[in-house]
Design a protein around this ligand. Structure first.
Ligand code: HEC
Length: 147
């Protein structure tokens, strides 16, 4: 290969790599929720959830350490913990049925929130997630839908 061609080739490879990388981290799809759902969810969250999960969904301080009964304190819901690994159906179920099924202590909200209100709360929670976290969740959710 001629010496002049090398930098040009290297430049093209670099541009391709950057292009692939940006293509992978930039969300290609808008979120499933609307701005109205987010603002409705914010109100519902502050009424029903903030006392345990924190005003900004930051979770209890020592959320990784089980209490004396072996129960974990309320985790962050803002994308810092593993909430984003769960499908939307699991989040809906946890909020409606509470944590008892999985040996947890979170109270159920089926008698307080409608399905639409639960979705609004999830919308607000997800609006707090960093873009890359939301995108990873969304990609997994799409895969699950196609299975
Ligand atoms: C009385 C305290 C309390 C309230 C109120 C509460 N939670 Fe929880 N939540 C918990 C605890 C504790 C956990 C950990 C699992 C368990 O013990 O059930 C949890 C777990 C969760 C999880 C699962 C998180 C994960 O990463 O697996 C979600 C989602 C959640 N809560 C959402 C909510 C929402 C939304 C509300 C309001 C509608 C709410 N919680 C109200 C205490 C609470």
């Amino acid at each position: 290969m001629k010496k002049v061609a090398r930098p040009i080739l290297a430049g093209m490879v670099l541009i391709t790599i950057i292009w692939l990388f940006i293509g992978d981290i930039t969300p290609t799809q808008p979120p499933w929720f609307s701005a109205e759902q987010v603002s409705q969810g914010e109100e519902l969250y502050s009424e029903h959830c903030s006392s345990c999960h924190g005003v900004h969904a930051e979770g209890a301080k020592s959320w990784r350490t089980p209490d004396e009964n072996g129960h974990l304190p309320p985790p962050p819901l803002d994308g810092a913990a593993h909430t984003w690994h769960h499908p939307k159906s699991f989040l809906q179920q946890t909020i409606l049925e509470g944590g008892a099924k999985l040996g947890g202590v979170m109270p159920p909200f089926a008698d307080k929130l409608s399905a639409d209100e639960v979705d609004a709360v999830i919308a607000w929670i997800q609006s707090l997630w960093p873009t890359d976290i939301y995108y990873s969740w969304s990609k997994r959710e799409q895969k699950r839908a196609n299975q």
